[in-house]
Write a protein that binds this ligand. Structure first.
Ligand code: CP
Ligand code: NVA
Length: 309
């Protein structure tokens, strides 16, 4: 599958057909992995993973995914490279591009992945910034399709911080024309420009400060930590600000009885989600975590070996 973009920095880089194509390809790769296996479509290639924040799922799913496609993953951080000694991003981008075939980057500012993409010669994949988490939401779409059989015609609820995950859900809603309701405390609203853009592209976006209003009748109920990576010192204040936003059995009872619960993980039980809901029958978080692997491979193939998919 050929994408119209060289990089994946945000879901805004993709159109509806491309989003659906990635979901289908990830499903096909998943089925192949569990059956006859698939081609090592990236044989001989190398992919750098540059991570400036902690990670379990994203790092391991990319490392394993790159290996399963026959390529070599190279994990590094700024701290143990010259980036940590202030080598400019534009120099790093040009040097890395002489060695590797792609860079997968987890960092703070969205401008970092943009600058690496601007100066390097190889595809850059956003593995989470403060602003977006596109790979996560693309694989979450696969999880929704697996469990509910479709993406369209559903009501999606988002509870919590209007930051990176919410922004990528807004962009997925924009690409696919989804009905997305976000409940965020007043000081933690999503970026207005991203909301406006989603509405302009035809998504049905509702924003409220009342979690019940977002959840009622929804088929997909989604939450995330209250203090994201880099915000650990605000955890106490955020616990107060997000009081009432815990996805517990009482709140989930307002959703469609067949609703699924998504959480990108790591989860803080008793804060954004109760133990009962996270471990309950409507939670699909382990499938959701697994699907990261299959979607990373679909993304890598689409950018590095489009003829394979
Ligand atoms: N969901 C997610 O991105 O998890 P990690 O921080 O463990 O990569
Ligand atoms: N919003 C969270 C997502 C973690 C996968 C964070 O940025 O830490």
């Amino acid at each position: 599958m050929q994408l119209n973009t060289k990089h994946l920095l945000t879901i805004r880089d993709l159109n509806a057909e491309e989003v659906r194509g990635l979901v289908q390809r990830a499903a096909d790769l998943k089925a192949a992995l569990k059956g006859q296996g698939h081609q090592p479509s990236l044989a001989g290639k190398s992919v750098a993973l540059i991570f400036d924040k902690p990670s379990t799922r994203t790092r391991v799913s990319f490392e394993v995914g790159v290996s399963q496609l026959g390529a070599k993953p190279l994990f590094m951080t700024s701290r143990d490279s010259q980036l940590g000694r202030d080598e400019p991003l534009k120099d790093t981008a040009r040097v890395m591009s002489r060695y590797v075939d792609a860079m997968v980057v987890r960092t703070f500012g969205q401008e970092v992945v943009e600058e690496l993409a601007q100066w390097g010669g190889v595809p850059v994949i956003n593995a989470l910034t403060d602003r977006y988490h596109p790979c996560q939401v693309l694989s979450d779409l696969l999880t929704v399709r697996e469990h509910l059989g479709r993406l369209q015609g559903l009501t999606y609820a988002w509870l919590g911080d209007g930051n990176n995950m919410a922004h990528s859900w807004l962009e997925a809603a924009a690409a696919l024309g989804l009905n997305l309701r976000l409940a965020c405390p007043p000081d933690f609203m999503p970026d207005k420009g991203i909301v406006d853009h989603a509405r302009e592209r035809g998504a049905e976006i509702t924003i409220t400060h009342d979690p019940r209003e977002a959840v009622v009748g929804a088929q997909v109920v989604n939450t995330d930590v209250w203090a994201s990576m880099g915000q650990e010192d605000q955890a106490g204040a955020r616990r107060q600000a997000f009081d009432g936003y815990t996805l517990d059995a009482g709140l989930l009872a307002l959703a469609d009885p067949a609703a699924i619960v998504l959480h990108c993980l790591p989860a803080h039980r008793g804060e954004e989600i109760s133990e009962e809901v996270l471990e309950g029958p409507q939670s699909v978080v382990w499938d959701q975590a697994e699907n990261r692997l299959h979607m990373q491979k679909a993304i890598l193939e689409a950018l590095l070996a489009p003829q394979a998919s």
